[in-house]
Design a protein around this ligand. Structure first.
Ligand code: F3S
Length: 754
């Protein structure tokens, strides 16, 4: 295993490290002395400290060293801005950035891309220059969707990757454990800190038999989503195994892993097999395939590996499925779907069929879909529904252009969109129905929550395989079952569509298409990062002030929040996403969704200096201007929801010192610590009720020490006697340094200088 095989064709100095991985693994094996699941092997072979790490599935926190980081353009902005403030000359872990989320679908690929380049110019300029500066590979707009590019260029069997996007698990199609994270985690790994993950449970899915006819890999995950539901994979890695895995293409396995995000799984993965080798060879990486064959014994589960839950699926009996509307786990087999449409009164007409996206835009997907469209056109008919195609990458687009599938789609009536997320993430200027009008669309995407695609809450979005999308687009109705029903040809004669066919890999190889990659230059010292001081979308981060070494006295309570306070209440999404690279502007959404316990209202708190009611961010800004630090009082599980780092950056930016709650969601608690805030909990949760929103508090910061409680001194506004409340905290030594230095990044910068 002592070989130098490059991790990717795009980087000359990063190598696969199977030797180190196998050494780590043998240390852990000796300690655990039991058969391991494949997911465990990948994680344990990437441990920071294989000797000392406590390992208990479902309870211990693993400190890991990922091989790679990937960011999409929406989440990369704040991640890179934070990384910059650590003052390091380059990223410590190989990283790539992918421009795919900010391109709106309107009239077709080329024009849409040109418009996006114009609208997002400052964001793209910032990303391209900062990537060049900090040694990050940059994939320009038009290159394709992050997960497809990763599969084509960076994923490898046995690797561990984190990505700032929920569908990062797509790389499981090449046997990589690829995990979606928030920006703060990405920054840590870029800056050479170990990455922490609660040791996941492992759900085994045993596949037997073989797919045929209209059933495709997508149907496996549609079925699994139906069994496990949107919560069933939480805290677990879903690991596929069994003879059925060898019958699937690598890209098909990618589809299955991709949509595993919909059941809340940490990630999903397949063991290394010959189909992965074939895909590696087709994407010019046979060297990696050969090396993986040498390490193959550790690229699958051990015999007798134990799973926390086991599911079995016989592919020979699996039916095509359609999931939805409004949730990806409402799974209906095609034989029952017509009934379900009628019983639930779902709008029967298919208004739009959409294929492609990061989930389903492989060469195989496109070829099968095109074979159905060809069949229809041979009978003189085309798509009845509006039909769109989103190629996952420039390579896929160029290859299907060369091989004819693209032309087929256009003749069939389809619109080919940019190689980007487009309608999948709501970047869709949809004009065929009015907002509020009930209608149905069907896509080969992964997510179908209310309003996701077109911001119309009355749109019923269904997800299925590309094959069924095409078939139903031809029929124009959800009640059509291509396995049993007939269509009318141009002369009114009945005919049945043939089952789809298509190559897994292009027989003439992939056509790379246009060059869309920007490698970091050799000399990076002269690159300057482009951020206009007048920009309203981007702002260079100033390092936060270090702690002044004193106890804090007479602090106001900015808001005593009552009930659920998720990261969405703390830093709302929607239109605010535009500002995610501009901390000061996005801070205008701070806590605007939290409910004030004083009046039961959102975004209305009393400013104690003026006695006027105002918005939460405005009040915080006024305190900041007057040099007054403040605290927030919160309820149970404060900061649950997505791991948005803005929810921790904003209160810090607007002058907050501590967030004191009954309990925290763990990731948010850590994020607050990273930004130099004090997340504290009431040692007795009942003390939450003793504090009134108008009270003032002293916080004895000098008491902060590992495992020690802290004191909150409360001065009641009603003139009652001052009293003390005991607070708990979970800071370790290193985290206390973060607080003292002002943030984790300040600490890194300080250590880098030392
Ligand atoms: Fe993009 Fe949709 Fe995938 S938003 S990354 S195509 S899930």
């Amino acid at each position: 295993l002592n070989k130098k095989v490059p991790m990717t064709n795009w980087e000359s100095s990063n190598y696969l490290n199977y030797l180190k991985m196998s050494e780590n693994l043998s240390i852990v094996r000796q300690r655990l002395n039991r058969p391991l699941a494949y997911a465990e092997k990948i994680l344990y072979s990437h441990l920071d400290d294989p000797h000392g790490q406590e390992i208990e599935r479902g309870s211990s926190y693993l400190k890991l060293r990922p091989d790679r980081v990937a960011c999409q353009d929406a989440t990369a902005q704040m991640a890179i801005l934070q990384f910059m403030s650590a003052g390091m000359p380059s990223v410590a872990t190989p990283t790539t950035v992918h421009c795919d989320h900010l391109i709106e679908a309107q009239v077709g690929g080329e024009q849409d891309l040109a418009r996006a380049n114009d609208i997002n110019k400052e964001v793209y300029d910032f990303l391209s220059t900062s990537c060049a500066k900090y040694n990050i590979g940059f994939w320009r707009p038009g290159s394709g969707i992050i997960h497809q590019i990763i599969l084509e260029n960076y994923a490898f069997p046995g690797g561990l990757m984190i990505g700032t996007d929920s569908h990062t698990p797509n790389a499981g199609g090449l046997g990589m454990a690829a995990i979606g994270v928030g920006g703060a985690d990405a920054v840590d790994v870029m800056a050479n800190l170990p990455w922490e993950l609660k040791a996941p449970k492992v759900i085994g899915v045993k596949l037997t038999g073989q797919l045929s006819g209209w059933t495709s890999p997508k149907d496996i995950i549609l079925k699994v989503a139906g069994i496990l539901t949107v919560k069933g994979g939480t805290g677990a890695i879903v690991e596929y195994f069994g003879p059925g895995t060898n019958t699937l293409s690598a890209t098909g396995m990618g589809t299955i892993c991709n949509m595993g995000a919909e059941i809340g799984a940490t990630t999903s993965l397949f063991p290394f097999n010959d189909r992965m080798y074939d895909y590696l060879a087709a994407t010019k990486r046979s060297q990696i395939g050969d090396f993986a064959r040498e390490y193959a014994a550790e690229l699958k589960e051990d015999e007798g590996a134990e799973y926390d839950q086991l599911i079995e699926i016989n592919l020979s009996e699996l039916e095509p499925h359609v999931n939805g509307p409004f949730t990806p786990d409402l799974a209906t087999p095609i034989s029952k779907f017509k009934e379900a449409v009628e019983a639930n009164k779902w709008p029967e007409e298919v208004k739009v069929g959409l294929i492609g996206s990061c989930t389903n835009s492989s060469y195989e997907d496109m070829s099968r879909a095109a074979s159905i469209a060809e069949d229809a056109m041979a009978h003189g008919i085309k798509s009845k529904a509006v039909f769109t195609v989103t190629p996952g990458s420039e390579q896929i687009r160029a290859t299907i252009e060369r091989d004819g599938q693209l032309k087929t789609f256009e003749e069939f009536g389809g619109m080919v969109l940019a190689n980007a997320c487009g309608p999948c993430i709501g970047q869709w200027d949809r004009r065929d129905v009015k907002k509020g009008e009930a209608n149905s669309i069907i896509s080969s995407y992964n997510r179908n929550f209310t309003g996701r695609n077109d911001a119309n809450p009355a749109t019923h979005a269904f997800v299925t395989s590309p094959d069924l999308v095409v078939a139903m687009s031809i029929a124009g109705t959800l009640k059509f079952n291509p396995l049993t029903d007939t269509l009318k040809d141009k002369d009114g004669k009945d005919f049945k569509l043939k089952a789809p066919t298509g190559d897994g890999l292009p027989s003439r190889g992939y056509d790379p298409g246009q060059d869309t990659y920007q490698a970091p230059p050799k000399d990076r010292s002269s690159v300057s990062v482009a951020v206009s001081p007048t920009s309203d979308r981007l702002q260079i981060l100033e390092p936060f002030e270090p702690w002044n070494g004193k106890d804090a006295t007479d602090l106001p309570i900015l808001i005593k929040a009552q009930g659920k306070t998720t990261t969405d209440h703390i830093s709302m999404a929607g239109p605010w996403l535009k500002y995610r690279g501009h901390l000061d502007n996005i801070s205008n959404n701070m806590l605007i969704g939290a409910i004030n316990s004083a009046n039961g209202e959102a975004n209305k708190v009393k400013n104690f200096t003026t006695n006027e009611f105002d918005a939460v961010p405005a009040t915080a800004r006024d305190y900041k201007k007057k040099g007054i630090k403040w605290v927030v009082i919160g309820d149970w599980n404060y900061g649950e929801g997505s791991s948005r780092e803005h929810a921790a950056l904003e209160p810090r930016h607007l002058g907050g010192l501590a967030i004191i709650t009954r309990s925290f969601a763990r990731i948010h608690e850590t994020n607050l610590k990273k930004q130099g805030m004090l997340p504290l909990t009431f040692s007795d949760p009942a003390d939450y009720d003793k504090i009134q929103p108008d009270d003032k508090v002293d916080l004895l910061c000098t008491e902060l020490a590992v495992g020690k409680p802290m004191t909150l001194r409360v001065h009641p506004a009603n003139g009652d006697k001052t009293f003390d409340v005991k607070l708990s905290q979970t800071f370790n030594e290193g985290q206390i340094e973060w607080f003292k230095n002002g943030s984790a990044l300040n600490t890194m910068a300080k250590n880098a200088k030392a």
